[in-house]
Design a protein around this ligand. Structure first.
Ligand code: B16
Ligand code: MG
Length: 216
């Protein structure tokens, strides 16, 4: 019997290929404000809430705005992002994601979404993915962004699994830190160099085998 009873999945960059749309929308905003924004700088925004992401972007551009102006800028970015994701199709579900979710469920392990995105439900509904999750925790349910563990702790609570029996799948440094802060195992999706604090790092869920949960 596996010690893992709950799998918690980040959305952007783990289940669906939306991280690139967040980047495109932030880059468009940066360019409109008159500065460049690189993919490397974008790593700092992954898993971070919308308003905190804007603060980081403006710090990079060395610009200051009032709170009201910041809300307008964040809304502008979100409108572009929604425009990009409205054209998404099932090809943008990341390799192995659906298959692994199904295998996890077939093995009697509970699943939860753990995303700080307020657009999570739109994406899950558009791609018919909501049915793979026993619990869905998104940006509308949490007040603290990753690396705060709130999003994962709520997920564990909703599926009724203790933190130490959960593993988090994450593509963001802040997300791996949030899993550690929650007292959970973590599996990084992406670069070993970037996600070096994770227990295991793989390229995508296509490389994930259920037996690997025993290695944790
Ligand atoms: P939204 P995740 C995060 O989603 C993204 O990684 C991050 O880039 C984004 O800023 C954040 O959601 C908020 O998203 O603007 O749609 O509410 O990685 O936690 O699934
Ligand atoms: Mg992510």
């Amino acid at each position: 019997m596996s010690k893992i009873k709950g799998c918690i999945f980040d959305l952007d960059g783990v289940i669906v290929d939306t991280a690139k749309y967040h980047y495109l929308a932030w880059k468009r905003l940066a360019n409109e404000l008159g500065f460049e924004f690189t993919e490397e700088q974008n790593e700092r925004l992954k898993g971070v809430s919308r308003m905190k992401s804007l603060d980081i972007l403006l710090e990079i551009g060395k610009l200051n705005f009032s709170d009201e102006e910041k809300l307008q800028l964040a809304e502008k970015k979100n409108n572009w992002y929604i425009e990009y994701i409205s054209n998404m199709n099932s090809n943008e579900i990341l390799p192995g994601a659906k298959e692994f979710l199904q295998i996890v469920r077939n093995n009697g392990i509970k699943t939860s979404l753990g995303s700080v995105s307020k657009n999570s439900m739109t994406i899950l509904n558009n791609l018919d993915l909501a049915k793979y999750f026993d619990a869905i925790i998104d940006g509308n349910k949490v007040t603290h962004a990753k690396p705060n563990p709130e999003v994962f702790v709520l997920g564990a609570r909703e599926i009724g699994v203790p933190e130490q029996s959960c593993v988090v799948f994450e593509d963001a440094v802040s997300g791996i830190e949030a899993a550690i802060n929650a007292g959970m195992y973590s599996i990084g999706i992406g670069s070993k160099k970037v996600l070096n604090k994770a227990n295991i790092v793989i390229d995508s869920l296509a490389d994930m085998k259920i037996e690997m949960l025993e290695l944790l």
